[in-house]
Design a protein around this ligand. Sequence first.
Ligand SMILES: [Zn+2]
Length: 368
Amino acid sequence: MPLKPVMNTLHMPVETGDDVAALMRMLHEIAIEPSKSRQSRLSRDLGDHFTYLACVKPELFAPFQMELAEMSGDELKHFNVVLSDLVPLMHGASDACTVTVAERLHNNPNDYVASDMLVAIGTAGALEEVAKHARRNDCVDAYLDSGVHVPETGPAEWRFSPNRYAIFKNTGGKVRGDDALKDCNPIGLPLKMVLQEPKLSNVTWHYVSIRTSDIPGLPNWPSTHLHLVSPRREWDWTMYFHSDECGKYGGEELIVDDEYDDDGEIKKMQKSLCKREPGKERGFVTLQPYDDRLVYCNGHIHCTEGVEGTAGGPPIGLYPNPICPTCNRLMFHAFTVTDRIRSYGDGWRSLFVCEDCYIVACNATSWN
Ligand SMILES: [Zn+2]
């Protein structure tokens, strides 16, 4: 079943406009549910229904955009939907809807559901309101975490594509030698294929290379693939590279987030060093659009067998996203996978680009 509500408490059809109307009524009902524990379970399960709707049949939600925008704060507290799913639901909503949401935000500048809604609408008018809200309330950084760049003047800007593709890991197959990049998205390449000077580099691990033409909404990019690589660190690092016209990385910079102990001293980072030696694990990834072949549970698709990440969509939003070291613009989110794409380190790995400066950032964060 593609829809698997995480708490197994609520099972409603999501096939027609009438079904969506019933989901919206359920949101009202959950807000007045007397049992807090049941309220929480229902809210999480209803969230999975909306996730499924957003990923498989988002067009059914268009007639309900204004109803969501006008819901009370109490009701929206139980709207358990993250930004990446709110985007397909609210994208392109009417100017009247933008005005309604902007008013909410004006009245309550900390209404994060309203600010997510404005981002998700994503029209010129909505992104103008996002920029005003960010500057007026000094919360530019919160938008950066959501993948939204707020320049000093003018409207805010999505630094992601609204379209998402599931990344499936396939193991096995032949090791491909020098032709590995010709026609697939290989896992586990020799570092000499992706780095200009592998012997001088901090990179110790290649996860995966994905064709630029497969990544939804990627701005113009000069080479055929983008490579996700890692230094000898478990998590909390970012590496920046200049990409040459063949796609090989050079000019690297490694940033490791410092950890502090109780006395404010920087902890020795030894424990976050990755012990694993380069292995023989090989394979490739394939990308498939979000549709009813995936399993939607707990607001994500990772219960689907073989899924190890997503290309497109906003970044995961739990950690600061990389800023281009050359032009200071928030970098464009290309894809995010788990460390299981080729076992090394622990947590999420993401790849970002700045299309103006031809700079790539690979970063790693722990789970949450
Ligand atoms: Zn740049």
